[in-house]
Ligand binder design. Structure first.
Ligand SMILES: [Zn+2]
Length: 104
């Protein structure tokens, strides 16, 4: 499983899960109950997370979220290296495997 998104609140997590459901990509939301337990006050540790069950579809899911997200950016925690095809976490600006630059 690969985490593809950290939502600001549960409604956002469910919205993006719906996007993936529509595309036939299985996903699940984690930490939603923690959010509720925090009394509705979002704290970093309690952000709902969206995980894609099938690792092979994580890049596809991230691309979909990027398209859907008005704020886009946080939606995708992964990018796929155009050179070697490796999945790379968003904070890296170059592929850890082959050193190719991240797509703009
Ligand atoms: Zn690469």
């Amino acid at each position: 499983m690969i985490r593809v998104f950290i939502a600001q609140h549960p409604a956002e997590a469910h919205f993006f899960k719906g996007v993936l459901d529509t595309a036939g990509i299985e996903s699940e939301i984690r930490h939603e109950s923690l959010f509720g337990a925090s009394g509705g006050v979002p704290v970093n540790e309690a952000r709902p997370e969206l995980w894609v069950l099938d690792d092979a579809r994580a890049a596809e899911a991230a691309a979909l979220l990027r398209q859907q997200g008005p704020t886009g950016l946080e939606a995708s925690r992964l990018w796929r290296c155009a050179s070697c095809g490796e999945l790379v976490e968003a904070q890296f600006t170059a592929c850890w495997k082959c050193g190719a630059d991240a797509p703009v």
